[in-house]
Design a binder for this molecule. Structure first.
Ligand code: URA
Length: 205
C-alpha cells in the first residue's frame, strides 16, 4: 500500500531537494556533477551531522557519506548506539568539488541559503560539525581559517552554538581514519557522537 500521507516536513524536504537539484550557482561544480547531494533527512531526526562536500561515491549515488568516510562514520555511529537511519546527514556543499579539492569560500557562500533552509526544516536538537570545513561553514570561518588539529582540539572543549542550535565541533571521519580505527581522533569522534546522542535523548532545553 502506498503511504500517500506525508508530513509537511517531508513535503518541504522534497520541495527543497527539487530546487537544489536545479542549482547552477557554482557553474564549475554544476557542469561536472552527476548528482546534487541534498542529504538524508529521516523525519523527526534530532541529531544533524554536517560534513564538507560530496566525494566521488556520493556524486555517483546522490547520497551523503556512502564512501570510505561514510563507512567509518557508520561504524562510529553504530559503536555509540546511534542508528544512521535516525540521524540527518548533510554537507556544507551539495555538489562535488573537482578532484575532491576543498570547497572555495565563494562556493560555501553560494550554498549557504540551502544550508540555512535545511537547518530550519530539520530543526535539530544538536548539530555535529564533522571537520574544519563544516565548522567554518556553520560556526566561524575566520576562526578555523588556520586548518590545524590544534584548533579542533580547542573547539572540542568549548560549548558552541551554530544557527541558534547547540553545536559540537569534531573530527571528520576521513581525517580521523588517518590515525586508524582505534586512534585518538576516531575515539574523539565516537565520544562526540555519544554526547550528541545523550543531548538528543534529553530533548530541547
Ligand atoms: N565527505 C564529506 O564531507 N561528505 C560526504 O558526503 C562524503 C565524504
Amino acid at each position: 500500500m502506498t503511504d500517500w500521507l506525508t508530513s509537511s516536513a517531508e513535503v518541504d524536504w522534497l520541495t527543497l531537494s527539487t530546487e537544489v537539484a536545479g542549482c547552477t550557482a557554482c557553474p564549475e561544480l554544476a557542469a561536472a556533477r552527476s548528482h546534487v547531494v541534498v542529504g538524508d533527512y529521516p523525519p523527526g531526526a534530532r541529531v544533524l551531522l554536517v560534513g564538507e562536500a560530496p566525494g566521488a561515491q556520493e556524486d555517483a549515488t546522490g547520497r551523503p557519506f556512502v564512501g570510505r568516510a561514510g563507512q567509518a562514520l557508520d561504524a562510529a555511529l553504530e559503536a555509540v548506539g546511534l542508528p544512521r537511519a535516525q540521524v540527518a546527514v548533510i554537507n556544507i556543499l551539495k555538489c562535488r568539488p573537482p578532484a575532491n579539492r576543498r570547497p572555495l569560500p565563494v562556493e560555501m557562500a553560494n550554498c549557504r541559503g540551502w544550508l540555512d533552509r535545511q537547518l530550519s526544516l530539520i530543526d535539530p536538537v544538536v548539530i555535529v560539525g564533522l571537520g574544519l570545513t563544516a565548522i567554518a561553514g556553520l560556526w566561524d570561518g575566520a576562526a578555523t581559517a588556520k586548518k590545524s588539529d590544534f584548533v579542533l582540539r580547542l573547539l572540542r572543549e568549548r560549548p558552541l552554538t551554530a544557527g541558534g542550535y547547540p553545536f559540537l565541533a569534531t573530527y571528520h571521519p576521513s581525517g580521523a581514519l588517518r590515525y586508524g580505527p582505534n586512534g585518538a581522533p576516531m575515539q574523539a569522534l565516537r565520544d562526540d557522537l555519544a554526547r550528541a546522542r545523550t543531548m538528543a535523548a534529553g530533548g530541547r532545553p
